[in-house]
Design a protein around this ligand. Structure first.
Ligand code: SF4
Length: 311
């Protein structure tokens, strides 16, 4: 097994590098880079990290950096210190940006291909071929990981091999697997079954009425919020792991208190382990998307009850 075993505690301290990446304290930058930038289908925030990597190894191009021992990975990013998940190694299962939603608040920009078609957008074996050497070459960081997280450049459940990938990862490491999903496919029994071996699912639910749902999440035609809610309730009954439901609030769109009470009724039926209330802090797909102010977030939290936390 590579990485952490179930009882292992983190052994290393980490120092933060520019771009939000972390390396083990006292490590040699060239060999001990914990996070490696994505190239190719890379979200812009990860590409932005590349110049600082080049600067640290004193080389000016990708080929030179690779000769000196950097790994340039297409599908793995981080580890990043995540507000929600702790120290997390990310894996993207779709090219940027393929999603069943086109959320107004998406920090990856507008969706290029809004689809609900499930395909092997990125071959599962290619992802394992990147992950395995990363775990072997970054033993300390791997030991400190809280999660290997499927998220990245689009909606991970669109990759039809997601279930196989979770099983394959579990054969090579004991690091828990988390999946961040927009929940749009949870009404499909095969998708729920595929996610059943994960340890943590972080689905989102930004609205419970059709009108608000289409304004915030702008789904692929044919996806409706009632199916998503039914999918979440069915998943809760079947899934043995943890469910942390995320609600993203946008000022003036889904943050009025009437909507908060409707959300509360539905969320009680879904019965997640935690509710994480969020509001955009980074650049969004559309202009004029504003965060809900602190006071209102507190009020929302109060309505949603004890399981709710502000992120
Ligand atoms: S579901 Fe996630 S990736 Fe897709 S558009 Fe919304 S925020 Fe972006």
């Amino acid at each position: 097994m590579l990485g952490k075993t179930k009882d292992q505690k983190p052994k290393t301290k980490h120092q933060q590098l520019e771009g939000g990446f972390f390396v083990a304290e006292g490590s040699t930058p060239l060999k001990r880079i914990a996070g490696t930038p994505l190239l190719g289908d890379t979200p812009p925030q990860y590409v932005a990290h590349l110049p600082s990597v080049k600067a640290r190894c004193g080389l000016s191009d990708k080929a030179g950096c690779m000769q000196r021992g950097y790994y340039f990975m297409k599908y793995i990013y981080g580890p990043v210190k995540s507000r929600r998940l702790g120290f997390s190694l990310g894996i993207t299962l779709t090219p940027c940006k393929i999603c069943s939603f086109n959320c107004v608040y998406c920090q990856l920009g507008k969706t290029i291909n809004t689809t609900s078609e499930r395909r092997e957008y990125i071959p599962a074996q290619e992802i394992i071929n990147e992950l395995k050497p990363w775990l072997q070459n970054n033993i300390l960081e791997a030991g400190d990981l809280n999660y290997i997280t499927f998220s990245g450049s689009g909606e991970p459940t669109l990759n039809i091999k997601i279930g196989q990938l979770i099983l394959d990862i579990k054969k090579i490491t004991a690091v828990p697997v988390a999946v961040i999903t927009n929940a749009s496919l949870l009404n499909v029994a095969l998708v729920r079954q595929a996610l059943s071996c994960a340890d943590l699912i972080v689905p989102s639910l930004d609205a419970v009425t059709h009108e608000i749902f289409t304004k915030v999440d702008r789904p692929k035609e044919g996806i409706n919020v009632e199916d998503i809610i039914n999918g979440l309730m069915a998943f809760r009954k079947e899934f043995k792991g943890k469910i942390w439901l995320e609600v993203m609030l946008i000022k003036g769109i889904n943050d009025d208190l009437v909507h908060a009470r409707k959300l509360k009724d539905i969320i009680d039926k879904i019965n997640p382990d935690k509710i994480q209330l969020n509001s955009p802090v980074r650049a969004t797909a559309e202009d004029n998307i504003l965060a809900t102010d602190k006071k209102k977030l507190e009020k929302f939290k109060e309505i949603l009850g004890d399981k709710c936390e502000l992120i």
